[in-house]
Structures are given as structure tokens and as C-alpha cells.
Design a protein around this ligand. Structure first.
Ligand code: ADP
Ligand code: MG
Length: 698
């Protein structure tokens, strides 16, 4: 029989079909177990009762106890409100309601003792609390109080449909009603639980949702974080072990004709020291006879593409094919054009395969790849489709890795009897402390030097009301013959409005710069239109390109010297850094202009300041991680972690991180054929599957 935990959430008391759909869509909750693993992100301590005379400015939600002395109705129309004077004998505070006035009047009485909960705000000469939570003190004292009130992540859609934090907690309670003590299976082995002094999985789940004291909440958190990080480490160490012991690779001993001729006669510039060094590191891997799995990290503009090209030539020199996979069509196209042109004099055949290559052309590319006539195949993730067969694939280069997870990489290996060498390239700087975890399955090379002659990009932050000042700067650059990007955010949930913003921005730009040609590109355009817009910009037929983040990754038009980012507050730091990297690719001074709203939300100014202060990708990455909360779903999915982190944080939980790494290492060492700890390995498989399913739906 299906365990209650695995049952669809729809059948849980209080849910039903429409809420089930909403929970699935908004929170990824499909089963009862998913719901139980929907952890509150904080708790409000309801054990404390404040005295009114102790209230000071800036307090968060607090609890007070006392009685109402009088009610008063004030104001007219939309300003109408109900006001109560409330005292606990130490002072007075005002309670105020703008809605449901009749209901409130009928519910709460003068002279009765209440417990009041809410956020005090300075108002006139004292404090007030708007729309407080109130309960009769007698009732509060009579029932077992949930003293640590859980606060759950909710979304606007959920709240609008009545699924508030409280309701989520109630649903969890309904689930627990059906789960007698002892019915939630343990997910860690008994000796790990004992050794690390963890509470049981079941206890942790009960305490994180329903707890009476702060210490049991923190024990529950520790246990749940431990579990996540343990499985994350286990997954990575398992993978590393398999790779080190399991996979022989093709040895590439030869540095031959292709490499040498290109290097001596066709290299368009001399390599930087860092480029030379990483090519050596990679070459050492390729000769070793073991499969290479290497991450090439290098800030935007550091010249990773040329490294990829040279390494591909090594594959060819040893009689193998290579493929280069890019995250977007635009980028694949650009790589294809650049590389095929560079390699043309050597008689090397480079082909392009994206969703865009269709019909006869596609058939031909596929055929010639299979016979080995195509030497280097460049493409998008169309390359991992089963129809793409190589004659002898020796090297796979994956550009901008954060969009390709371990699973997808493994699909490429399936194209061979022996796995090809894998080089993953990324400009997303991961702080060194994290690299081991996030890319624990890869060896790392770093290009820590930019090509000579680059001037640091000058970055400035403008508020919307000062945007007129930007205009002259743009004209100056255009007059010098340079080009300009104007980027707008586009997020799926808000796509309609965002496209409208972009279209309006485009129209304004066309009007404002009548002497120049303006192009436009966004993800909702047809591939052929996108391609044409990019081509025209690269060919300087358009001088200004209004776009969304489709140009974020890798696009290379060295003549562009200005990057204007509209609504910059809506982008993450890593994204701003990527976007900024689209300029400053030539020898000219380049500029990045961040435009934000006039009134900034908390934290925005700090984020903009960091961008203005530094172009150092590592500093930006560290700041970015600090700003993002723990358990950031998107962050996790994007970084390609094999396990979803809901509660643990890669930055915040460094101590637990090393504790779990040791624990996982002991398991991997002690159980090489995965027979001694069946529970752990089974659970690991399950967690990995969950992640795959999640990324499928999102
Ligand atoms: P990224 O590392 O961001 O992928 P690219 O490979 O796109 O960077 O390179 C950025 C620009 O720098 C390109 O125009 C490329 O031709 C140029 N470039 C790369 N290496 C060198 C070098 N050693 N000297 C001069 N220019 C270089
Ligand atoms: Mg690149």
C-alpha cells in the first residue's frame, strides 16, 4: 500500500484539487512528504510577553497582555478606522483596524483580558499596532500553546487564495494527525544519529513545525541541515570515487599538426600567461589515461573560448572529434562562427547544431557527425539528444556550466563506450571555500588574468529621475563609433509586463537617437529574428541593442562600450556582473550604467555600491551569496547541486559542512560497494530523483 507520506497532497484534509494545484505550482509540494519538508524559514518566539513601557522603536512582532479601555471610530471614507486604547498597567498603546471594523467591534470587548501580537510602530506620541492578532487570555492559557510560531515561505498567489503561513501550518497539523508517532522513517543510519547527537528525523519534523521552545527548534534545524549537507557531500564523494576509479579515458599523447600549425601561424594574439598555464594543466589530464573532468573558471572576458579551441585541436590531433556545448542559441551561433572562421585555413570542418537547424541541413549534420566527417560540433543542449551520434567523441566542452547539471553531463558520456574528456567552463566565480562542494566532482583550473590592454569598466549608478544625464554619455560613445546595449529584466512570471517595458524602452530609444539604428532582441522572438538582430548588431548595422538577458552569457561584440541596465535592482549581483562583462572586451574604455527606481528597497543601495566599487568577480560572488538567503531554490538549481538545499546554507553552515563531509567520507570509504548502508544509498537516490523531478516541472 502507498505510504501516507507518498500520497498526493490533494487528498489531505483541508487541501482539495484547487489548493493542491496551487501548492504544486507555487511551492513544488506534490505529496504529504513534500509538505512536511516545507520548512518554516523562521520562528516567532511566543514565550516572551513584553511590558508596554518597555516597547522601543524598531521592535519586530511582540506580544503584550492587557485590556481594552475604549473603542473609537475615526476618519471618513478610505481613512475610516477603528482605534482601541489598550493597557497592561505599565503604559498605553493604540490598536488600529482599517478593515473589517464591524467584525472587530463584535468580537473584542472592553474590559476583557487579551493577548495581543503584532509589530509596534511609532505613531504620534506613542506606539500603535495595526491589525494585531488578538486572543482572549483565558483561552490562551487553557490550551497547549504553540510557543514557537513557525513562519513559512508563501507567495502572493498563495496568500491571495487564503493559503497563509498559518494555513500551511494547519495543513501540516492535519498530516501529522494521520501519522501516529513512529510512522515517519529515519533517514540517517543509527550510528550517524548517535555519533552526531542528532534528534530523529521524525522528531525534527515535528519540532520544526510545532515546537514549544527555542532549543528544540534549533535542534530540529541542526538535524535537518545536517541531513541535507550530509547527502550533498555523500553524493559528491560518491561521484568523485566512481570517477577516479571507474573511468578510463582516451589518452591524447600527441600534440600534432593541427595544434602546432594553428598555434604558430593563425593565433590572432599571444596567449596570456594564465591561458598558457591552464592549457598545460588540461593537457596533463589528457595524457594521463584517465577521463578528465575539469572546471575552467575564468572571469568574463578572460579568454576561455580560445582555450576551448586549442584543446579541441588536441582532440583532433589524436584522431578524435570534439563538441562544444553552449547554453543559448545566440552563444552557440557565435562560437560556431568564430571557431569555424579561425579553423577554416586548417581544413577543419566545424558544424552547428541547435534547435534552429532543421530539415535536410540537420540530417546532413547528424550523418556527417556519425561518420566522423564533422570534426567539431558546436551546439546547444540539442547535442545531448539521443539522435546525435559521434564516430569517436573524445572531448566535450561545456560553456557556462551552471545551466548543465551532473546528470546532463552524464548523458553526453552515454554517447561513447568510454567517456570523453569533459571541460566545463564558467565565468560564475564561486568562492574558493565553496568550490569544493559545488564543483566537488571536478578538478579546477583558474584563468586569473585578463588579456593585456583592458581598461577596467567604469560603473555608475543612476536613479530613474536622473536618467537624462545618461543621454549625453551615450551620444559621445556613439559618435566615437562605439555600440550600446540596453538591457531590461524579463522574468517568466511577469513576462507580459516586462516585454511591454522593453517595447516601450525600445520606442523611446528609437525616438531619442534618431541618427542611429536600434535593434531589439528578447527570448519571445522567433529564433530567426533573434539571430538576425544579433547579426546586425555584430556587423554594426545597428548601433544600439535593446534586449533582455538573452545576451547575458558569453556574447562577444568587442566594439560595444556601453552597457545600460534598466531596473537594475531586479537583477542579482552575479547576473549584473555577467551583463557588465558584455562590454570592456576591446581596448577602449567601457561603461556600465545601472539604472534603478528612485526609491530603493532595503539592500539595493548596497548591491549597487558593490557593483560600482569592484569588477572582481570573486568579491561579487561572495557578496552575492551573503545577500541571498539560505535554501534559495533557484540558486541551488542553477549551481547544479545534486541535492536540493531547503534549509541548509552553503555559506552560513560552514561548520556543519565540514562535519558532514567527514561523516560522508567515512561512509564512502567504509562501504565501497554500497552494501553496508543500504538505507543511506537508497535515500541518496531518492533525493537525487526528487531534484530531477523538481527541475523538470520548473
Ligand atoms: P570569456 O572567457 O568570457 O568566454 P572570450 O573567450 O569571449 O572570453 O574572450 C573575450 C575576448 O578576448 C575575445 O574577443 C577574445 O578574442 C579576446 N581574447 C582572448 N584571449 C586573448 C588574448 N590572449 N589576448 C588578447 N585578446 C584575447
Ligand atoms: Mg565565454
Amino acid at each position: 500500500m502507498l505510504h501516507f507520506l507518498d500520497q498526493e497532497i490533494m487528498y489531505l484534509k483541508g487541501v482539495g484539487p484547487s489548493r493542491a494545484e496551487l501548492l504544486a505550482k507555487e511551492l513544488g509540494v506534490h505529496t504529504v512528504a513534500d509538505l512536511l519538508h516545507q520548512y518554516p524559514f523562521r520562528h516567532e518566539d511566543r514565550t516572551k510577553v513584553h511590558r508596554i513601557c518597555d516597547i522601543i522603536e524598531g521592535m519586530q512582532n511582540i506580544q503584550i497582555r492587557g485590556r481594552i479601555i475604549e473603542f473609537q471610530k475615526l476618519g471618513e471614507g478610505p481613512k475610516r478606522r477603528l482605534v482601541a486604547t489598550f493597557t497592561d498597567g505599565t503604559g498605553f498603546i493604540t490598536l488600529v483596524w482599517f478593515r473589517n471594523i464591524k467584525g472587530i467591534e463584535n468580537t473584542y470587548k472592553v474590559g476583557v483580558d487579551y493577548q495581543v501580537f503584532g509589530e509596534p510602530k511609532v505613531f504620534q506620541h506613542g506606539f500603535n499596532i495595526a491589525h494585531p492578532e488578538m486572543e482572549e487570555l483565558a483561552k490562551v492559557q487553557n490550551r497547549p500553546l504553540l510557543r514557537m510560531q513557525p513562519v513559512y515561505h508563501s507567495t502572493e498567489k498563495l496568500t491571495n487564495r487564503g493559503v497563509t503561513s498559518k494555513v500551511i501550518n494547519q495543513l501540516v497539523a492535519n498530516a501529522f494527525e494521520k501519522l501516529p508517532p513512529g510512522s515517519i522513517p529515519e533517514t540517517l543510519s543509527a550510528d550517524i544519529v548517535r555519533e552526531h547527537q542528532l534528534v530523529s528525523h521524525e522528531q525534527a519534523l515535528r519540532d520544526i513545525h510545532f515546537s514549544q521552545d527555542a532549543s528544540s527548534v534549533s535542534e530540529a534545524r541542526r538535524r535537518l541541515k545536517f541531513e541535507e549537507l550530509f547527502y550533498l557531500q555523500l553524493s559528491i564523494l560518491q561521484y568523485t570515487r566512481d570517477r577516479k576509479t571507474g573511468y578510463e579515458g582516451f589518452p591524447f599523447p600527441r600534440v600534432g599538426q593541427f595544434f602546432n600549425t594553428f598555434y604558430k601561424e593563425h593565433l590572432p594574439f599571444s596567449l596570456t600567461g594564465a591561458q598558457k598555464r591552464v592549457i598545460k594543466e588540461i593537457h596533463t589530464d589528457l595524457q594521463s589515461g584517465r577521463q578528465m573532468n575539469r572546471l575552467l573558471q575564468g572571469d568574463v572576458g578572460s579568454g576561455k573560448t580560445m582555450v576551448a579551441t586549442l584543446i579541441s585541436l588536441l582532440a583532433l590531433d589524436n584522431g578524435f572529434q570534439a563538441c562544444i556545448m553552449a547554453p543559448t542559441e545566440i552563444l552557440a551561433e557565435q562560437h560556431y562562427k568564430g571557431i569555424s572562421k579561425q579553423l577554416e585555413p586548417l581544413g577543419i570542418r566545424v558544424e552547428l547544431l541547435t534547435g534552429n537547424v532543421k530539415g535536410k541541413r540537420r540530417k546532413k549534420v547528424l550523418e556527417d557527425t556519425q561518420t566522423g566527417d564533422v570534426h567539431i560540433l558546436v551546439g546547444t543542449h540539442a547535442l545531448i539528444e539521443p539522435t546525435v551520434m559521434f564516430q569517436n567523441l573524445g572531448l566535450v566542452v561545456i560553456d557556462e556550466q551552471h545551466r548543465f547539471g551532473v546528470k546532463q553531463r552524464a548523458k553526453l558520456w552515454a554517447k561513447n563506450t568510454r567517456p570523453p574528456h569533459i571541460l566545463v567552463m564558467t565565468a560564475t566565480p564561486i568562492p574558493r571555500t565553496l568550490a569544493m562542494t559545488v564543483y566537488g566532482d571536478l578538478d579546477v583550473s583558474v584563468i586569473d588574468e585578463l588579456p593585456p590592454g583592458r581598461k577596467p569598466i567604469s560603473t555608475r549608478h543612476f536613479r530613474s529621475r536622473n536618467r537624462a544625464q545618461i543621454f549625453n554619455g551615450i551620444v559621445t560613445e556613439l559618435q566615437k563609433g562605439h555600440q550600446v546595449y540596453i538591457v531590461y529584466p524579463l522574468i517568466e512570471e511577469n513576462a507580459k509586463m516586462d516585454i511591454k517595458d522593453l517595447e516601450a524602452g525600445y520606442d523611446e530609444t528609437v525616438k531619442a537617437f534618431p541618427h542611429w539604428q536600434v535593434g531589439k532582441v528578447h527570448g519571445k522572438m522567433k529564433p530567426s529574428e533573434k539571430e538576425e538582430a544579433m547579426r546586425a548588431f555584430a556587423a554594426r548595422e545597428t548601433q544600439i541593442l535593446v534586449s533582455t538577458t538573452v545576451i547575458e552569457v558569453g556574447v562577444n561584440v568587442p566594439n560595444a562600450s556601453v552597457m545600460i541596465i534598466e531596473n537594475a535592482e531586479r537583477f542579482g549581483l552575479a547576473q549584473l556582473h555577467q551583463l557588465r562583462g558584455r562590454v570592456g572586451r576591446g581596448a577602449e574604455q567601457s561603461y556600465c550604467i545601472l539604472v534603478t527606481k528612485d526609491n530603493l528597497a532595503e539592500g539595493t543601495q548596497e548591491r549597487m555600491d558593490i557593483m560600482v566599487e569592484t569588477t572582481d568577480g570573486f568579491r561579487i560572488a561572495e557578496a552575492d551569496l551573503k545577500f541571498r538567503g539560505p535554501g534559495d531554490l533557484e540558486g541551488t538549481a542553477q549551481s547544479g547541486l545534486p541535492i536540493n538545499l531547503r534549509i541548509a546554507s552553503l555559506i552560513g553552515d560552514t561548520v556543519l559542512m565540514s562535519e558532514t563531509r567527514e561523516a560522508a567520507a567515512r561512509i564512502v570509504d567504509a562501504d565501497p560497494d554500497e552494501t553496508r548502508y543500504p538505507l543511506l544509498w537508497r535515500r541518496l537516490r531518492q533525493l537525487k530523483d526528487d531534484l530531477t523531478n523538481y527541475s523538470d516541472i520548473s
